[in-house]
Design a protein around this ligand. Structure first.
Ligand code: NAP
Length: 301
């Protein structure tokens, strides 16, 4: 009898994301087994319990997914899981907490595409605001843009929180490559005057860029909004927009809406889940791998 494809799905939260469960089964995993309230110091034992139950050949049909809501915790768990393998007993691991790694990857890849297609330029040297950027999606979008050479500010309602998050993402995710800063929502009126790119990454249903601020952005080129719940995160931007001119922009800025981002996010997450099943050797997937793949999908549009 052929062994089933078993995906062990770890989350520190009280439930898995139903979205991730559907994605896993649709990508060909036979079973998606939940492990809830998982703490970082429990990952090693769980991984080693999984890897010794099958032969190294059979382990190709075994994988681990790390969910939750916390980007740093997920990256820590992915690292611990990788370090807990005992070759040749080893399995693939994919972290995508809150869908943030694949969502941020899709958004930044689409922004790059529009910068190139409409403005013949790239992220390098651009001024980027991650509005509502203190959550997992904003954090990772900020890191990916900064690694591509942009000057990035994470903007939140409280200055101190935004600065702390900026410092955390630089040290945890940016290596020596990023100099992301934190700033306060109250300063948006000033910040928008020099912004080339805006990411709207606040909680669902929160508008972070008003029509007045869109009009007051003299060098805005691309604005992307991950929020699919009305009102849109950026005034005038529709969830279907994909390089569509933003009404009221005085700089000819174009918008990318949540459904356009969701399309690339879906393809990226689905493909990474499928690659885990198909890989000859174990693979370890985080936001950098998601971004590389999202760029490929964005270029094919
Ligand atoms: N399109 C897609 O495919 C897709 C996929 C996944 C997620 N999403 C969307 O991505 C967005 C970000 O997700 P996330 O998990 O990173 O978000 P999150 O952690 O829930 O929220 C991000 C930030 O929003 C700010 N915020 C919360 N409530 C607010 C309010 N009432 N007014 C103003 N700001 C508020 C908070 O920042 P401060 O406290 O620092 O201000 C928070 O850190 C969500 O809208 C989510 O629905 C989209």
């Amino acid at each position: 009898m052929e062994k089933p494809y078993i995906l062990h799905m770890f989350t520190p939260e009280k439930n898995l994301s139903p979205f991730d469960v559907n994605m896993a089964l649709d990508a060909g995993w036979t079973s998606a087994i939940p492990y809830l309230h998982v703490e970082a110091n429990e990952v090693r034992a769980l991984v080693q319990d999984a890897i010794f139950s099958r032969s190294p050949k059979g382990l190709k049909r075994t994988g681990i997914f790390v969910g939750g809501r916390d980007a740093k915790l997920a990256v820590d768990m992915l690292r611990t899981a990788k370090q807990s393998m005992v070759p040749p007993f080893q399995v693939s691991v994919f972290a995508d907490p809150s869908g943030a790694f694949t969502t941020a990857a899709a958004m930044v890849a689409l922004v790059e595409r529009e910068l190139q297609a409409k403005f013949n330029t790239e992220l390098k040297g651009k001024s980027v605001l991650a509005l509502g950027g203190t959550g997992p999606v904003g954090q990772i979008a900020a890191v990916l843009a900064a690694k591509a050479g942009a000057q990035v500010k994470i903007v939140g309602r409280q200055l101190e929180k935004a600065r702390n998050i900026a410092s955390l993402v630089n040290s945890e995710f940016g290596g020596d490559e990023t100099r992301i800063e934190g700033d306060a929502d109250a300063n948006k009126g000033e910040l928008i005057k020099t912004a080339d790119v805006v990411f709207a990454t606040a909680a669902a249903g929160v508008q972070v860029l008003s029509a007045e601020l869109v009009a007051a952005a003299p060098q805005l080129k691309v604005a992307a909004d991950v929020n699919a719940v009305p009102p849109s995160g950026i005034a005038g931007l529709d969830a279907h927009h994909q390089g569509t001119p933003i009404p009221g922009s005085n700089s000819g800025a174009v918008g990318i809406g949540a459904l356009a981002i969701g399309n690339i996010k879906y393809k990226t997450q689905s493909d990474l889940l499928a690659r885990m099943r198909q890989a000859d050797k174990p693979i370890y997937l985080s936001f950098d791998e998601a971004f590389a793949l999202a760029r490929e999908f964005a270029q094919k549009l």
